[in-house]
Design a protein around this ligand. Structure first.
Ligand code: FAQ
Length: 330
């Protein structure tokens, strides 16, 4: 388990030499580690991004968790359970990475449960059909991979290393979503219709996962200078559309944007404007499922209190035992 490093112990011991070393590490594309000096704003940006990311993974378990009891076969149920469990694991790696920056896990939970912290807009959409499990895998995990592969090279060591494992699992998730849609598209007319209708609903929200357009993205420039983000929101969104178009052709699915067109000059697909008012509305709490997602998380947190208490009591007991045994061993 990650240890919590206090900010006081870090900032006071390094002084100007710490700043010079930090700038050097960033300039040479090296890694910043928890015990290195770092500017307060760098630390804050990382805690914000990593904890939001962790919250997204944990809240993101809900839209698919809803379908575990209704999966159409035992095989699909087993796969879905494994995927939802993976998301929980991703949340835990990320909370651990954020803790190395001096923020307590309880504090991050509190920020999520009180509604103060953000989590990804995408998890405020409902999942009324089985095809939505395919769309989440193909589009949501697909967008997550495009966004997160560059984060494996994030300048902060614990974040970049957590992302390596997460990306391996997300890549499997994306394929399982694609395969659900492929099975539906090879099925009956009703199944094909269900798949297309689902993609129609998830396509634009998935593109919005990359965040606002570059001109309206207040954090991007500084995060890119610090090599936390390696590409801008719009660059990654473009990469995602370029990846989706040939995959949609294989599926036989139509992406719901009449403006998608290959642009020879740019070497990319053009695509239409997104409705950013919808994105900001979801961020304000007015999405289809904001209320239900947070209420469910709060209830799960309360219901899990006895597990945390038991784990703490067990850890204390082990620590006492170890302390008692130490003099015997030495
Ligand atoms: N939703 O200045 P920027 C997944 C906020 S994991 C909500 O561009 P930044 C796996 C942003 O926080 C999905 N808020 O911000 C999975 C900022 O507000 P703040 C999560 C958003 O940080 C699959 C404001 O807008 N992935 O899907 C969103 O430079 C299936 C201005 O934005 C990550 O978190 C949004 N979509 O860039 C799980 C990846 N976009 O904080 C279960 C790591 C922006 O100043 C099932 N994060 N905002 O109050 C990142 O790469 C970045 O933080 C961005 C935003 C790209 C999300």
């Amino acid at each position: 388990m990650a240890t919590t490093v206090t900010r006081d112990t870090l900032d006071d011991t390094h002084g100007e030499a710490g700043r010079v070393r930090f700038d050097e590490l960033i300039a040479t594309d090296s890694r910043i580690e928890p015990t290195d000096w770092m500017p307060d704003a760098y630390r804050k940006t990382l805690v914000r991004q990593i904890s939001q990311h962790a919250h997204s993974e944990i809240i993101g378990m809900q839209p698919e968790g809803n379908w575990i009891t209704r999966a159409p076969s035992l095989k699909r149920k087993a796969i879905l359970m494994a995927k939802v469990q993976d998301e929980a694991g991703h949340g835990l790696y990320l909370y651990s990475a954020a803790q190395t920056l001096g923020t307590d896990r309880e504090e991050m939970f509190e920020q999520l449960l009180s509604g103060k912290a953000k989590y990804s807009s995408i998890f405020n959409y409902l999942t009324p059909t089985w095809a939505d499990m395919g769309s989440i895998g193909w589009l949501v995990d697909g967008a997550a991979i495009c966004n997160q592969v560059p984060l494996c090279r994030a300048s902060y060591g614990p974040y970049g290393r957590a992302m390596v494992r997460i990306c391996k699992e997300e890549s499997f998730h994306q394929r399982q979503g694609f395969e659900i849609l492929l099975a539906l598209m090879n099925g009956t007319d009703a199944q094909k219709k269900m798949a297309q209708e689902s993609v129609n609903r998830w396509y634009a929200p998935a593109l919005m996962m990359f965040g606002p357009p570059d001109d309206d993205s207040p954090n991007s420039k500084q995060s890119m200078d610090w090599k936390i983000k390696r590409f801008s929101n719009d660059e990654l969104r473009q990469r995602f559309v370029d990846m989706l178009v040939p995959q949609a052709e294989i599926l036989g699915i139509t992406l719901p944007d009449p403006d998608i067109k290959w642009n020879e000059e740019r070497g990319h697909y053009d695509f239409g404007e997104l409705d950013w008012s919808e994105f900001y509305d979801v961020l304000k709490g007015n999405g289809q499922a904001n209320t239900v997602r947070l209420a469910r998380r709060r209830a799960a947190h309360e219901n899990g209190a006895w597990v945390r208490e038991a784990a703490r009591a067990y850890a204390d007991k082990q620590a006492t035992l170890a302390a008692e045994l130490l003099p015997v061993a030495s």
